[in-house]
Design a protein around this ligand. Structure first.
Ligand code: NAD
Length: 556
């Protein structure tokens, strides 16, 4: 019987599979479950509530075995974390195709999902958990940093110095918030009900200190704010209890958001429940737990609206907490906006999104060399955007702790990602890098997701729920030569609320890899440009004109 055990991807150039494309998929599956990377590796949970890399340990073993023997003209099919077939394809085809958590519309809710999950028929893939390109908390750090930079630009004269941000959730993704705030020179109070989450973020240097109590947290925060000194403070407790209390006490908060696992009501701690009893209660009485979690979220969101009424900058950080609060009957849940329409959509119009890569050598020096290549490819003097990119790469080099295989996140747009990818492939070919790189992205990208509470909230033409786009995105990545391609449902915001696609391409230094990378890394962000042109965004039209993106409906 196979069961939990520590998993770690091999490093270096020795292959245990028949080629680098297969080896890369194998190492990235293993890397997702590395205890340094995954939040709960024994349960195969990588991040985001219950986002898993494999359905069960037997399926994990079968995927490892299959990837080791998979030929250059074969493709392994994965259905919600279980390998279900190997088919003969061709060398341009992906080596792995994955479909995770997909359900037919009328059945697409948590209740039905959990029924099927308990029968062993499906798993929750989140976004990069089930598609094997999670790189730890860094994966969301730059997006979070840019979001807080946009908040600073909008409301606080370009810096968060002298401000206090209040948020909750210090998990795999939410754990990026404290560092993103301090990178913008602000002060953050970050609540989590799990003491291990707080300790883990301190250990990984994402969080500075832990407070003993709410009063202590406020004292530390106001002292640092008055000195305009960046500081992040972890505070143990239930956000649904602490936020209303802080509002009532008039806590001097300037910015409020949240990244608890609200997308999954069984992963959000209700009021009056001890954290230690949470898992057993959720497992034994899921319906009861859900009602109480939603009720707590309503109190949490009500306090967020209260802070907004009092003048704070408040936004939803992509976890569906407004939707859950609304289900509990709180009418003003959508009074504050989601972060995409508020700050990120202009980037999507340019095909920009969370581009990332990981070094299969396991050597940090490979990432440092790619950092340098990025700085050379996009010179600082060329544009304000390149300036911010330089600031990010320098800061990341100094402050980001690698989890698992060394990796880098760097938002790049249409016409940039392909240049970076080709340069990386050349660096592998010349031996400058010690081993191949994998190049992928989050599903939270410009043209790869339909998610009306997040990436496609408040689209100009009202097309928020149109899910043809992520399906076209997956198909075009298959047709362009990606190494593995995935289609998921429910990531980020939960069942019934999103459909999204991912791709990963392997730069193994061959001419063939270069050809594939050029196409994939042009067409993939190209989907973002055409999606936003179609929805009527002027900026996307300008980008399409300037960068020669062909759109038939604009040619008559
Ligand atoms: P996670 O499961 O790793 O962490 C969630 C954390 O919330 C846990 O540490 C948990 O203890 C804490 N928590 C739960 N209920 C709480 C409560 N009542 N009070 C205080 N703390 C509580 O999840 P994650 O990977 O960090 O993701 C968090 C959320 O953000 C998810 O909903 C995810 O889908 C969403 N997300 C957003 C983005 C984005 O860009 N905005 C990206 C990825 C994920």
């Amino acid at each position: 019987m196979s069961g939990p055990r520590p998993v770690r991807a091999p490093r270096g150039t020795e292959l245990s599979a028949l080629g680098w494309q297969q080896e890369a998929a194998l190492r990235m599956l293993q890397n997702n479950l590395d205890p340094e990377v995954a939040e709960h590796p024994d349960q195969l949970v990588v991040y985001g509530g219950t986002g898993k890399a494999a359905r069960d340990w037997r399926s994990f073993d079968a995927m490892v075995r299959t990837l080791r023997t998979l030929k250059q003209d074969e493709t392994m099919l994965v259905q919600s974390g279980r390998p279900v077939g190997v088919m003969q394809t061709h060398e341009w085809a992906p080596r792995v195709l994955l479909a995770n958590s997909n359900l037919v519309g009328d059945w697409a809710n948590w209740e039905e999902f959990r029924r099927l999950e308990s029968l062993g028929l499906t798993m929750y893939g989140q976004m990069t958990a089930g598609s094997w390109i999670y790189i730890g908390t860094q994966g969301i750090l730059q997006g979070t940093y840019e979001t807080f930079a946009a908040v600073a630009a909008k409301r606080f004269g370009g810096t968060l110095a002298g401000t206090i941000t209040l948020t909750a959730g210090l998990g795999g993704m939410g754990g990026a918030q404290p560092l993103a705030v301090t990178m913008n020179d602000g002060v953050a109070i970050c609540i989590d009900c799990d003491p291990r989450a707080i300790d883990r973020r301190i250990e990984h240097r994402y969080l500075d200190v832990k407070a003993d109590s709410l009063a202590h947290a406020l004292q530390l925060a106001t002292e640092a704010r008055d000195a305009r000194r960046p500081l992040s403070i972890g505070l143990l407790g239930n956000a649904a209890e602490l936020l209303p209390r802080m509002l009532a006490e008039g806590a001097p908060v300037d910015i409020v958001t949240d990244q608890t696992s609200a997308h999954d009501p069984l992963a959000y701690l209700p009021l009056g429940v001890d954290f230690d009893d949470m898992a057993a209660y959720a497992a034994e009485k899921p319906a009861d737990f859900t009602l109480r979690a939603r009720e707590a979220m309503a109190r949490h969101v009500e306090a967020m609206v209260g802070f907004q009424d009092a003048g704070a900058e408040v936004f939803d950080y992509g976890n569906s907490i407004r939707g859950e609060a609304q289900l509990a009957g709180y009418e003003r849940a959508f009074d504050f906006p989601g972060f995409v329409p508020a700050y990120i959509r202009p980037l999507f119009c340019e095909g920009k999104g969370p581009f990332r890569w990981a070094a299969l050598s396991g050597e940090a020096s490979d990432i440092h060399k790619t950092d340098k290549a990025i700085l050379e490819l996009f010179p600082e003097g060329d544009s304000a955007q390149n300036e911010s990119l330089h600031r990010w790469i320098k800061m990341a080099g100094e402050r980001v702790h690698f989890q698992g295989l060394p990796a880098r996140i760097c938002w790049l747009g249409y016409g940039e990602r392909d240049r970076a990818g080709e340069r990386f492939n050349d660096m592998v070919a010349s031996g400058e890098l010690a081993a191949p790189l994998v190049i992928g992205r989050d599903h939270l990208d410009c043209g790869s997701v339909a998610s009306p509470y997040r990436e496609t909230e408040a689209m100009l033409d009202g097309s928020d729920a149109i899910a043809d786009w992520p399906l076209l995105n997956a198909m075009v990545n298959v047709a362009s030569g990606a190494s593995w391609v995935s289609i998921h449902h429910g990531g980020g915001v939960g069942m019934g609320r999103s459909i999204h696609a991912g791709q990963v391409s392997v730069a193994d230094g061959t001419k063939l890899a270069g050809e594939k990378i050029r196409r994939v890394l042009t067409n993939d962000p190209g989907m973002g440009v055409i999606r936003h042109v179609d929805a009527g965004y002027d900026l996307a039209e300008t980008v399409a004109d300037e960068r020669d993106v062909r759109i038939p409906m604009r040619e008559d």
